[in-house]
Ligand binder design. Structure first.
Ligand SMILES: [Zn+2]
Ligand SMILES: [Zn+2]
Length: 232
């Protein structure tokens, strides 16, 4: 299931096929390509980016991103065809966008590559359906994985242990308050927002927490709570 099944994967507009080649910048990798198709708004995605699997796409896109807005970064990632409406790849999206924007803000971008690989490995342990079957949504655990990585936490740490578990607990509380049924988009946005709040409070950062976040994926979610969801 892609997010925009027939039209542009970025904005959903119809694709336009031109008689002559034109130069287009790929929305994801930023390289320029000569092509005959784009959407009506001018978006273009190259074949290499289009065909990546979720894990390599998330890693490559985050490594090339200068974003300091994890919510916007997550929404851009969710538009890629490898990211399903629901699925355990969201457990990796949460730490990936928090790590990317955190290092972009603090100037420690050299750490991003190895931190993303650690987050990928750890989030891989959190299977799909953890929310309902284990009582711990993987998006919230993804936030805890992020806190664990930036504090170098281990099971015997003091501060890192405290902060990582605090962030998971905070995100889980928000997710629980909204109730089911599961929505990997809603729960990812809630976990990311809690991560931003956590970084502002505990690490003195200045994330602008956009209270007006809206979700453009509702039409692909059969169980969307619509007016009962804060992001609808
Ligand atoms: Zn478009
Ligand atoms: Zn590309």
């Amino acid at each position: 299931m892609t997010n925009h099944k027939n039209g542009c994967m970025i904005c959903g507009e119809d694709l336009v096929y031109h008689t002559d080649n034109k130069d287009y910048k790929c929305h994801y990798c930023g390289e320029t390509f000569s092509a005959r198709e784009s959407c009506e708004a001018g978006h273009y995605v190259c074949d290499t980016c289009h065909s990546k699997d979720a894990k390599s796409f998330i890693i490559d896109f985050c490594l090339g991103s200068q974003s300091e807005d994890p919510l916007e970064l997550s929404r851009d990632i969710m538009k890629h065809p490898s990211i399903k409406m629901h699925g355990p790849e969201h457990h990796f999206i949460v730490p990936a966008v928090l790590l990317t924007t955190y290092y972009n803000k603090t100037g420690e971008t050299k750490k991003l590559d190895s931190s993303l690989k650690t987050a990928l490995k750890r989030s891989g342990d959190v299977k799909g359906g953890f929310c309902g079957f284990h009582g711990a949504c993987g998006a919230a655990i993804g936030a805890g994985i992020f806190a664990s990585i930036i504090t170098n936490a281990t099971p015997v740490s003091e501060r890192g242990f405290k902060l990582s578990n605090e962030l998971t607990a905070g995100a889980l509380t928000k997710i629980a308050a909204h109730g089911g049924p599961r929505c990997c988009k809603r729960d990812t946005f809630l976990a990311i927002k809690d991560g931003m709040k956590f970084l502002n409070e505990k690490f003195g950062l200045d994330y602008e927490i956009d209270t007006e976040t809206t979700c453009e994926f509702y039409r692909f979610n059969n169980e969307c709570k619509t007016v009962d969801c804060v992001f609808y």
